[in-house]
Design a binder for this molecule. Structure first.
Ligand SMILES: Nc1ncnc2c1ncn2[C@@H]1O[C@H](COP(=O)(O)OP(=O)(O)OP(=O)(O)O)[C@@H](O)[C@H]1O
Ligand SMILES: [Mg+2]
Length: 294
């Protein structure tokens, strides 16, 4: 049997102090097995990003503990690569440099050729080769999201953490990247955690889906095992009774929570239009003057 790679033990997490204290996650118990693909679905604001950040090491629990391979998680690590919800690219680096930086971090001993070859392979995988010299501010939201996907996959982390990684993409690109993520996950027997608000995406990709109940004081809902053979064929799945059954069960659970409408709403507003924090001549007249174009 495979080992537990992640364990949440009676984990609670709150934000704010005193009267403003809000408990976001309450008494979460969860184990993720090595090699497993787990998806968490939930409503907006329920605490999904908080939960994934407790594994990435960006946050620590206020109560209980989160273990990675049996040890409490202290800070971030290359072992756990994350695709952030807001892309978080370095605004002063172009596409190639953003990915190459990550590759270099994981492989400090590699030659420049090795780094370039590896970086270009992953940029090509997300179909961004023609844009490899562009800065994040010159890219669309979907393109930035693809850079973020390429960067995380290029690091080949032991555990891949994905916080709504494909939300800003059109259906076609989304489908291609779902397959790439699955390919890398299965080829290297990695562990994956996917946060998504798309139940179909969760069922297509995961071995197990757990809804996160709406917060505050969010708790985990029942787990649904996705016992569909791999590799999965999206077209064939649509008429597969097992697929339909589990998909309907999860959707019904969410509907029964009385919050289905919120989920729909979230899907519409899924594209966060985060612009890189880059001073430009329009917002900073000072820069314009300096360049002598005032
Ligand atoms: N740093 C913070 N300080 C205070 N409150 C916070 C902070 N980060 C998140 N919250 C609150 O905690 C709750 C959960 O936030 P979180 O980002 O984990 O939700 P989410 O499920 O990822 O939402 P979404 O689907 O919109 O991404 C929200 O109500 C949010 O307002
Ligand atoms: Mg979030």
């Amino acid at each position: 049997m495979s080992e537990n790679i992640v364990e949440f033990k009676n984990v609670s997490k709150w934000y704010g102090e005193g009267e403003n204290r809000t408990e976001v996650l309450s008494n979460i118990n969860l184990t993720i097995k090595e090699g497993e693909f787990l998806a968490i679905v939930g409503f907006t604001g329920s605490g999904k990003t908080t939960l994934i950040n407790l594994i990435s090491g960006l946050l620590e629990p206020d109560e209980g503990e989160v273990l990675f391979k049996g040890k409490p998680i202290k800070g971030t690590s290359h072992e756990r690569g994350i695709i952030f919800q807001n892309y978080s690219l370095l605004p002063w680096l172009n596409v190639f440099q953003n990915v190459a930086l990550a590759v270099k971090e994981v492989h400090p001993d590699w030659s420049q050729e090795q780094i370039t070859e590896h970086t270009e392979r992953f940029i090509e995988m997300v179909h961004l080769s023609p844009a490899k010299n562009k800065l994040p501010k010159e890219l669309s939201g979907g393109m930035r999201q693809r850079v973020s996907v390429a960067r995380a996959l290029s690091m080949d982390p032991e555990m891949l953490l994905m916080d709504e990684p494909l939300g800003a993409l059109d259906a076609l690109t989304r489908g291609v990247l779902q397959e790439e993520i699955l390919r890398i996950w299965s080829a290297n027997r990695r562990t994956a955690l996917l946060i998504t608000n798309d139940v179909d995406e969760g069922v297509f990709m995961a071995d197990r889906i757990i809804p996160l109940n709406p917060g505050p004081n969010a708790t985990l809902g029942p787990e649904y095992m996705i016992e569909l053979d791999r590799p999965r064929d999206k077209k064939a799945l649509n008429s597969d009774p097992k697929f339909k059954e589990v998909r309907t069960a999860i959707l019904n659970y969410l509907v029964d929570l009385g919050e289905a409408a919120k989920l729909e709403k979230k899907a519409e507003f899924i594209l966060p239009d985060y612009k890189p924090m880059m001073p430009n001549s329009r917002s900073f007249p000072f820069f314009r003057r300096k360049k002598g174009r005032a």
